[in-house]
Design a protein around this ligand. Structure first.
Ligand SMILES: NC(=O)c1ccc[n+]([C@@H]2O[C@H](COP(=O)([O-])OP(=O)(O)OC[C@H]3O[C@@H](n4cnc5c(N)ncnc54)[C@H](OP(=O)(O)O)[C@@H]3O)[C@@H](O)[C@H]2O)c1
Length: 286
């Protein structure tokens, strides 16, 4: 860091104390020899507008946005791209010559993580659990780029699942099913886009072992613990499992590319998170 030349990046959210993004992104900057630094700021809901103005005034080049600001931040930006418009949420902001542009890299990150984990989307029956910000990003990305045979959306509210399925069906065949009907969906790929199973309530899963076919690929967006209850059930069933940590790396890599316009050192970012030092209270390796 040279100080007055250093380019600034950050995460805003509440809470941010346990975020792994600073460790991962700063490792990428170091590897690429960039004079850049990435910090995490706890920002309360009522301070969001003034924070965004401040980031612009101070010349921050980029920012990640997490809960609870992913939706409300849109109104403070100059524009949003197609990924943010479709998902309705922003998790990356780029400062392009003073103009703040919002993006959503969750869907792209999930698709990359699925590919990296050997999940085959083309022609697959895909079951998405949840219909929130991440689920929307994942569903639209898969519908646009994954060429699935069918997308099923499920969750504890069938009407909310139906509403997302209706929107997505403009791009790919999609329907909604109740959680109790997930076994009959015969999904090839299941993606949990809800926080169910996240630390500290780690012994719960939206699906039972019998809902999972043995040839199914199961990805959980939750990465704390590294193996969720859903992933444990899937592993015992013989399914292929993909951790949310890989998606975290892939969406972070996409953010790096948006900010700096060059490929991110993905292996370095992955290694930064896999060491013991990255484990937070509540993390569990098996
Ligand atoms: N790995 C990654 O890189 C990555 C990236 C983004 C998000 N995530 C994780 O993905 C999860 C969802 O994030 P999000 O931004 O989409 O949150 P969100 O917009 O708040 O949506 C949450 C979704 O989960 C459902 N849900 C919440 N509690 C539930 C419960 N007890 N039982 C059943 N469904 C429940 C909600 O349905 P209702 O409306 O019915 O409550 C909604 O569909 C979080 O755990 C987040 O940390 C991971």
């Amino acid at each position: 860091m040279r100080g007055n030349q250093t380019k600034l990046f950050c995460l805003i959210g509440d809470p941010v104390e346990h975020s792994l993004s600073p460790k991962m992104i700063n490792a990428a900057f170091r590897e690429m020899g960039k004079d850049c630094v990435y910090l995490a700021f706890r920002v309360r809901k009522e301070d969001l507008g003034i924070t965004i103005k401040g980031l612009k005034a101070l010349g921050f080049l980029g920012c990640n946005v997490t809960i609870p600001h992913k939706v409300s931040v849109k109104e403070h930006l100059d524009s949003i791209d197609e990924s943010a418009r479709l998902s309705g949420a922003v998790n990356v902001i780029s400062n392009s010559a003073g103009e703040l542009i919002g993006y959503n890299t969750d869907g792209a990150g999930a698709l990359k993580a699925l590919e990296a984990g050997g999940g085959r989307l083309s022609g697959a029956n895909v079951l998405i659990l949840g219909y929130g910000g991440a689920a929307r990003g994942v569903a639209f990305e898969i519908a646009q780029k994954g060429n699935p045979a069918e997308l099923a959306i499920s969750g504890r509210s069938l009407s909310k699942a139906l509403s997302l399925a209706r929107e997505v069906s403009a791009l790919a065949p999609a329907h909604a099913i109740p959680l109790s009907g997930c076994r009959e969906a015969r999904a090839d790929i299941i993606i949990n886009c809800t926080p169910v199973g996240m630390w500290p309530k780690i012994n719960v899963s939206l699906l039972k072992a019998e809902d999972l076919g043995a040839n199914c690929t199961v990805m959980d967006l939750v990465y704390n613990p590294l193996e969720t209850e859903l992933m444990r059930l899937a592993r015992l069933r013989g399914c292929k499992i993909i951790s949310g940590l890989e998606m975290l790396v892939q969406q972070g890599a996409r953010a790096f590319e948006i900010w700096l316009g060059e490929p991110a050192p993905i292996d370095v970012m992955r290694r930064a998170l896999s060491g013991d030092a990255a484990l937070q209270p509540g993390w569990k390796l098996s």
